[in-house]
Design a protein around this ligand. Structure first.
Ligand code: C5P
Length: 230
């Protein structure tokens, strides 16, 4: 059996600033999206046979040309994304073949530098029987829950908290059911599965899988890439 991957890359990345949508911002001379695709392809244990990328409407053709050199024998499909991240994933999911796929990965273009071993841990956990799997790292900040005027209402025990990353991995039927249920406001795909009552398993993530969100994240990404190229 094989893996399919969905990359939601249709966000504008307003917190990052600049004119270019986030997935097309360059680090070390390549777009974040290119780095993300290379990472998935490098995870050979995943056996990626189909990649569906959701991009800003109107950029489908350009992105197809840009990514083709990196996908090898993996089938590449590029579609226009939607208004919210989950709309982009849902649109892409409709193009993932049903036959021959035992794991669907959903991976943010913005987490372009996730290491191969973290990707392979996710796939292995799905193949071992988990229905939904997320890579996770411990949180280093103390996290507060706040009310409408910013007042602190609770401080969850930090030892019970993790920050989750992508790629998140799913049994295909579970991901399809989760998206069909259409919960509004989901910020990741695991959340949609939780809403169905599906158990979501965590596996070890990586600090390198940080999400490029703010301008300083681009500096961190450049430094990480320079270190990897040494
Ligand atoms: O905005 P945020 O950083 O949470 O976005 C996570 C990922 O979802 C990014 O790769 C972004 O391009 C993608 N996205 C999308 N469609 C949207 C919004 C975000 O594909 N409408």
């Amino acid at each position: 059996m094989s893996t399919a991957a969905i990359i939601p890359a249709a966000g504008l990345g307003l917190r990052l600033g600049g004119e270019t949508p986030k997935a097309f911002r360059e680090v070390g001379g390549d777009a974040l999206l290119v780095h993300a695709v290379r990472g998935l392809k490098a995870a050979s244990a995943a056996d990626l046979v189909c990649l569906v990328v959701a991009v800003p409407p109107g950029t489908e053709e350009t992105v197809t040309k840009e990514l083709t050199p990196y996908v090898g024998d993996t089938r590449l499909l590029v579609v226009a994304g939607g208004a919210e991240r989950s709309d982009s994933v849902r649109t892409a999911l409709e193009l993932v073949p049903v036959e021959g796929i035992d794991c669907i990965l959903v991976h943010d273009a913005a987490r372009a530098f996730v290491p191969v071993d973290a990707i392979e841990r996710v796939v292995a956990a799905v193949r071992a029987g988990a229905k939904a799997v997320v890579p996770a790292v411990a949180v280093t900040d103390t996290i507060k829950q706040v009310g409408p005027t910013g007042e602190v209402v609770a401080t969850p025990d930090r030892s019970t908290l993790v920050a989750v990353q992508t790629p998140q991995g799913f049994a295909p039927d579970v991901l399809r059911r989760a998206h069909a249920a259409g919960v509004v406001g989901a910020t990741d795909d695991a959340m949609l599965c939780e809403a169905l009552g599906v158990t979501v398993l965590t596996v070890e993530g990586s600090p390198d899988a940080f999400k490029v969100t703010r301008p300083q994240d681009l500096l961190l990404a450049e430094a990480l890439l320079a270190e990897r190229r040494l």
